[in-house]
Design a protein around this ligand. Structure first.
Ligand code: PAP
Length: 336
């Protein structure tokens, strides 16, 4: 597929306005809306902002999804390391079925295809898709906030949730690059080119799935109350102490590493397979296209590092984010 064909498929995927049902349009008309920097309009639903295409998937998911007791949900705020988390969890839970060898699925398939997004993949095309073919345990991913998850998942005592969180300064920079990568000469309105605009929107919470701090805090609080159900992981910690966090993650997912596996160097092999350096250099991730969205797989790989915000955010911006947003919203809750 050429990049133009891929772009036109992606356009169709994002711009669903023409394909919305009358029922959904009526529903949208009841919601507060704001001109979006990415996409035509953002709509406020249960305290969070969404692009219509995403909201349609969320509504269908909430209406039709039935959790199974062994379901695993990988949840992130966008640009927090979703691709990495999907790669790691897929490899951990399938390590007996798919040993780390040349023909491992991650070598030929982008992680977003292996672990599908609920709202933008599974419930994007169909209102009520049949999920019977999925192997157990089923693993899904989503950016949906805690309070918008179906009650059946929130109340389940057996489903597991892994929430990956990232430094918001790096999220902003990653988001800005992502939006600009999706921008096309003819459709500049699709994305902003100014990091200041992305930054201001983020601070006001008016980007997809925003506000960030509420998204992250709700999962953090839930993880404190129910640590067997929600595992709260930080991108930066995973970078600093990968083995320790991989071990904890596998234990949380009820598939701990045996001492033989540890001694054989399996943890290091998993980290290597799922590393940014390895994945971003695979043909499938350099030139492949995601079948469900038409997006180039490469848009999910940029630097994969911590601290790039230092190259993009001014002191003033950092001060605003830390003082006004983070400390104001997070103080008193013991979140660092
Ligand atoms: P999302 O949009 O679905 O949430 P996500 O994977 O969170 O995808 O976004 C891409 C970010 O994860 C990029 O961050 P950056 O812009 O700061 O570089 C991307 O580089 C990073 N990323 C992708 N794969 C990996 C990986 N294997 N290890 C670490 N970071 C990764």
């Amino acid at each position: 597929m050429t990049s133009d064909e891929s772009f036109s498929r992606m356009q169709k995927y994002l711009n669903v306005e023409d394909t919305l049902s009358q029922e959904f349009k009526t529903f949208l008309s009841t919601l507060p809306k704001i001109k979006g920097s990415f996409g035509p309009y953002g709509y406020l639903y249960e305290g969070f902002w969404y692009f219509p295409m995403i909201l349609r998937g969320i509504v269908a998911f909430r209406r039709h999804f039935h959790p199974q007791s062994s379901d695993i949900f990988l949840i992130t705020y966008p640009k927090s390391g979703t691709t990495w988390l999907k790669s790691l969890v897929f490899t951990i839970i399938n390590r007996h079925r798919f040993p780390i060898e040349a023909n491992h699925p991650l070598n030929t398939t982008n992680a977003h295809q292996l672990i599908p997004f609920l709202e933008t993949h599974i419930y994007h095309k169909e209102e009520n898709p049949n999920l019977d073919h999925l192997p157990f345990p089923r693993v899904f991913s989503t950016h949906i906030p805690w309070t918008t998850l179906p009650e059946s998942i929130r109340n389940s005592s057996t489903c597991k949730i892994v929430y990956l969180c990232r430094n918001p300064k790096d999220i902003i920079v990653s988001l800005w690059h992502f939006q600009n990568k999706l921008m096309h000469d003819e459709t500049k309105e699709m994305a902003t080119n100014s990091i200041l605009e992305t930054f201001e929107n983020f601070c006001q919470g008016v980007n997809d799935y925003g506000p960030f701090w509420r998204h992250m805090l709700d999962y953090w609080k839930q993880s404190k109350e129910n640590p067997d159900k929600i595992y709260f992981l930080k991108y930066e910690d995973m970078k600093e102490q990968p083995s320790m966090h991989l071990r904890r993650l596998a234990k949380f997912l009820d598939c701990p590493f045996s001492s033989d596996e540890e001694e054989s160097g399996l943890l290091e092999d998993i980290m290597k397979l799922c590393s940014f350096e390895n994945l971003s250099n695979l043909e499938i991730n350099k030139n492949g296209v995601l079948s469900y969205s038409g997006m180039q797989s490469s848009v999910f790989f940029r630097q994969g590092k911590t601290g790039d915000w230092k190259n993009h955010l001014s002191d003033e911006m950092v001060q605003k984010l830390i003082n006004v947003i983070c400390e104001d919203k997070l103080s008193g809750l013991g979140f660092n």
